[in-house]
Design a protein around this ligand. Structure first.
Ligand SMILES: Cc1ncc(COP(=O)(O)O)c(C=O)c1O
Length: 455
């Protein structure tokens, strides 16, 4: 087959035959097409579970309208609008004004295309708020982690120590870095110290990366001890405050405020505008000398467009409201604490969550988690399951994000509803088992089943 047609026109089998004729042997499995490859990988990642129900990518506006026809409200625990600012009238008004004044896009990398006064204003305000000297904004929090970690840790004699449950943006940064990557057990600083004690001398620059609030478990890192370790071992510390800005500390300044530490002692704080600041975009805060260097060299900043001035104006307004209306931070904490307390009273496990911003409910199996999400949705509570992607395979969960806008009735209501859910039906088990039957292979390399990093 294929001998008479050109190379480009050959099917997969044709290519294989031609290669075989040329004497090259293949020791790897080849896929017929990219689409075939994607379908197989998706199956291995657990697509069979979607046969039961597909709670992902829900169109919230349509869902809200449908539920309202049934006389129900949609209550979402799926969105990290921690301070309840996403639809604040002042933020909308300021964003509209900025559209009229400056248009929408930044239209180039700021280095070569110039910037708007809003860029500088926001960066000065966020750095001051957090207690650091200087800040630089990028188009996403994800990019901020990837580019900062990869750019800084670019030597073969460098090493990055990360928590085993680090967010995927941190893991991607380490994948892109030249440095060696060493994982320590989740939040286990004894383990981190043990590894540093053994290995520090082997490396030139060393970076430790932790999170202010871990996005899947809702627990925090021990910053005073990390700073002590940083000083004793002569390493650098990056704290990702994506889920702690506006969440931790009486005024929402994050982990340092929560634990009574001067934030200025941290080498790098990475954050996002997509959570408490209700928009999108990311930032890095550090000493002025570091940010001055980044402004001219950091690839994800230099070679990417500046943040939209409209988004920045909205985020600046959110930052202002956060400072003026500190009741939002208190209400968020009260809501998450109430949820954690009532969940325990009902016998649910919330893992190590401290009761701020994010609290998961842990389940024994993927199917139970999917089943619970489906039942909650039928009652008007949107809490998508987190199974396989973003958590370890043995750690399925419903992840609840809280907001200052949730009411006590909604929080008590969702747990009460969770308690009423019947066991997974035989029919549901049969559907998933049948779908799985065609998709599970005996031996699968771990990297293709799921991503183990948090999302
Ligand atoms: C810990 C952590 N870091 C970084 C990010 C990326 O932020 P963004 O979604 O704003 O790009 C996230 C996103 O959820 C996160 O959870």
């Amino acid at each position: 087959m294929g001998a008479a047609v050109s190379w480009r026109g050959l099917s997969y089998y044709g290519r294989q035959a031609a290669l075989d004729q040329s004497g090259i042997t293949h020791s790897v499995t080849r896929h017929k097409s990219l689409s075939d490859f994607a379908t197989r990988r998706f199956r291995l990642a657990g697509s069979a579970l979607l046969e039961l129900n597909d709670p992902f990518f829900a169109q919230l506006d349509k869902l809200r309208a449908e539920l309202s026809k049934q006389g129900k409200n949609l209550v979402s625990f799926a969105n990290y609008d921690y301070l309840g600012l996403a639809s604040h009238p002042l933020i909308k008004a300021e964003a509209k004004r900025e559209i009229d004044d400056l248009g929408i896009g930044a239209l180039a990398s700021r280095l070569v295309g110039g910037e708007r006064s809003t860029h500088k204003q926001f960066e000065a305000e966020i750095a001051k708020f957090i207690g650091m000297e200087s800040a630089l904004t990028l188009v996403s929090g994800y990019l901020a982690n990837v580019t900062t970690i990869a750019w800084l840790m670019n030597g073969k004699k460098d090493a990055i120590f990360i928590d085993e449950l680090a967010h995927n943006s941190i893991v991607s940064g380490t994948d892109a870095a030249v440095a060696e990557v060493i994982k320590f057990r989740h939040n286990d600083l004894d383990h981190l110290e043990h590894l540093l004690h053994k290995k520090r001398e082997d490396y030139r620059n060393v970076l430790i990366v932790v999170e202010g609030v871990y996005s899947m478990d809702g627990d925090t890192a021990d910053l005073p001890r990390l700073l002590d370790i940083r000083d004793r071992y002569g390493v650098w510390l990056l704290v990702d405050e994506a889920h702690s800005l506006g969440v931790l500390g009486a005024t929402g300044r994050g982990l340092a405020e929560h634990q009574g530490v001067d934030a200025g002692r941290i080498d790098l704080v990475v954050g996002t505008l997509s959570k408490s600041l209700a928009t999108c975009g990311g930032y890095v805060c550090a000493k002025k000398s570091i940010i001055d260097y980044f402004r001219f060299t950091l690839p994800g900043f230099v070679y990417s467009v500046g943040l939209s001035p409209v988004i920045l104006t909205a985020a600046r307004t959110a930052l202002r409201l956060m400072q003026e209306e500190t009741w939002r931070i208190e209400k968020l904490a009260a809501n998450a604490e109430l949820f954690r307390k009532v969940a325990h009273e009902y016998g649910f496990s919330t893992g190590p969550a401290i009761g701020r911003g994010v609290v998961p409910i842990l389940f024994d199996s993927d199917i139970e988690t999917m089943w619970a999400a489906q039942h909650l949705l039928e009652e008007g509570y949107y809490v998508p399951p987190v199974v396989r992607i973003g958590v370890p395979k043995d750690g399925p969960r419903l992840r609840f994000f809280f907001s200052a806008n949730h009411t006590e009735a909604e929080i008590r209501g969702v747990i009460h509803c969770l308690k009423q859910i019947p066991p997974v039906s035989e029919e549901a088990q049969r559907i998933v088992a049948a779908a799985m039957a065609g998709s599970v292979r005996k031996s699968v390399s771990p990297d293709i089943e799921t991503t183990s990093a948090s999302l």
